[in-house]
Design a protein around this ligand. Structure first.
Ligand SMILES: Cc1ncc(COP(=O)(O)O)c(C=O)c1O
Length: 473
């Protein structure tokens, strides 16, 4: 016998399937349901709970029940990139600055920058340790902590890297103002203006900005959304051009989110050894994988000292502290000097706070929680894009981090989409800024590490509608 609440649930489900209530839309309230079906409010609640248990709808605090976005079967991955085969001057990066400035507005829904919302970061622990650390080191924190940086911090970093299978001595480490400075110092130490560097395509726009500012040329290498930089294409480029260095984010790249296998990491090291080029490894997302094991670093396979390793605590602890590091190998003295002449030192207090978090702050416990949070955030955003964006949309399946690379159907132009979204208070990152030659016109990158509330949900519905309108012409 079918119970009354089951019949009501069935009725609602039919309405959802027929599109009368669409993904993201609110269902009638309990009171309205009980009036419409002449049932008690308890029966109406049971009907809604049944649909909630089936994953069809979700309750939102003090707001009612909403139809859950559903994955349109399984969304397809974007295709492998096929960038230009020639080195080029990097252009168009001033657009990034304009977008970053617009996106700095706290009123905006922040889907553009790859910055986790504070709820994803251990802000309370950092605040508590900054208070105790500044009391303990009242005098020391007022002095410079000249390069290579605070010994206790370098010791903690060396310990972690060694435990992760990459034996490093504290004296191999140079503390920097974030990963961006580590990459900049590495590039400055290796290249002179006009040199060619190989980059993944698409790649992190901050890197393209550094390349542009150092008057270097970039050659974009096709990159697979799950396997990473195409080694055969990199090999061809090395045979054809005098490439000085290659830069990769092998663990959970930005924007693709792939993680290179150990075999491919080893093959990459063999390739750079064969061609005698340097490799700059940016491992900023390495601790943020969704799997059980932390992936290896390319540096751990480095047999001839050709890998310069860069990372920071910006994605895992606090972007505002601006603490990163570089393992520059044979270029230690050169990069140490460059660091010194650029900005003398990294702030002392920030270095000491991070050392304290690593030693006594339960950093690993926090990381375990953060990895879960990021995975859930990526799943949720994937489901929302699947539910709200038009058919034909493709999306990456990142194995770590918190970014999604979305290929929009047809000829939807990501730059005008970004401008329209900004006018509505929504910041997104348009595809062309991830390429030296402004490819990826129909791609956007979304930051998933955002607080999920009604405003965000509405913003995603709006984005989906904007894309649909563009698609209709
Ligand atoms: C791949 C990658 N490298 C470097 C950075 C910059 O890191 P930091 O804030 O530590 O300078 C980012 C920030 O988005 C990034 O995604």
């Amino acid at each position: 016998m079918t119970l009354r609440y089951e019949t009501v649930a069935e009725h609602l489900l039919t309405a959802i399937t027929q599109g009368i209530y669409r993904a993201g839309e609110r269902l009638p309230s309990v009171r309205l349901l009980s009036q419409q079906h002449q049932i008690s409010t308890a029966t109406a609640v049971s009907a809604l709970r049944l649909l909630e248990d089936q994953g069809q709808i979700e309750a939102r605090q003090r707001s009612g029940y909403y139809v859950r976005p559903r994955l349109r079967s399984v969304l397809q991955e974007p295709t492998m990139s096929s960038p230009s085969r020639e080195p080029t001057q990097v252009t168009g990066q001033e657009l990034v600055l304009r977008l970053v400035k617009a996106a700095n507005n706290p009123q905006f829904i922040q889907l553009g920058a790859a910055v986790p919302a504070p709820s994803f970061l251990p802000t309370q622990k950092v605040a508590q340790l900054s208070a105790t650390t500044s009391r303990r080191y009242r005098q020391r924190m007022s002095s410079y902590e000249f390069p290579p940086g605070a010994p206790e911090l370098r010791r903690q970093i060396a310990k972690r890297m060694s435990e992760q299978g990459c034996p490093i001595d504290p004296n191999d480490i140079l503390i920097t103002n974030g990963c961006q400075e580590a990459m900049t110092l590495a590039l400055r130490a290796i290249t002179v203006p006009g040199d060619i560097v190989a980059v993944e395509s698409p790649t992190f726009y901050g890197l393209l900005q550094v390349i542009e500012s150092l008057s270097l040329r970039a050659i974009e290498i096709p990159t697979h959304p799950r396997e990473g930089i195409a080694l055969e294409a990199l090999q061809l480029a090395c045979e054809q051009w005098p490439i000085k260095a290659c830069i990769v984010v092998a663990n959970y790249s930005n924007p693709l989110g792939y993680c290179m296998s150990d075999l491919r990491k080893q093959a990459l090291v063999e390739l750079i050894n064969r061609h005698q080029i340097m490799l700059i490894e940016d491992d900023i997302y390495g601790d943020l994988g969704f799997g059980l094991q932390r992936p290896s670093t390319v540096k751990s396979w480095d047999s001839e000292g050709r890998v310069l390793y860069c990372s920071s605590f910006s994605k895992s602890l606090s972007p505002g502290l601006r603490v990163g590091w570089l393992v520059p190998g044979a270029l230690y003295e050169k990069t140490e000097y460059l660091k010194y002449v650029t900005n003398l030192a990294t702030p002392t207090l920030a270095q000491l706070i991070v050392a304290e978090v690593l030693e006594h702050g339960g950093y690993d416990r926090y990381l375990r929680r953060a990895r879960q949070q990021y995975r859930q955030a990526v799943e949720r955003m994937t489901a929302a894009v699947g539910g709200y964006f038009p058919p034909g949309t493709r999306i990456t399946q990142p194995q770590g981090g918190f970014l999604l690379w979305v290929e929009l159907p047809g000829k939807v132009d990501a730059i005008t989409l970004t401008q329209q979204a900004l006018a509505l208070g929504i910041s997104i990152a348009p595809g062309p800024i991830f390429s030296a030659t402004q490819k990826y016109r129909n791609f956007i990158r979304l930051n998933c590490a955002v607080d999920w509330d009604e405003r965000l949900n509405k913003a995603l519905v709006t984005l989906g509608q904007l894309v649909q309108k563009k698609l209709n012409g």
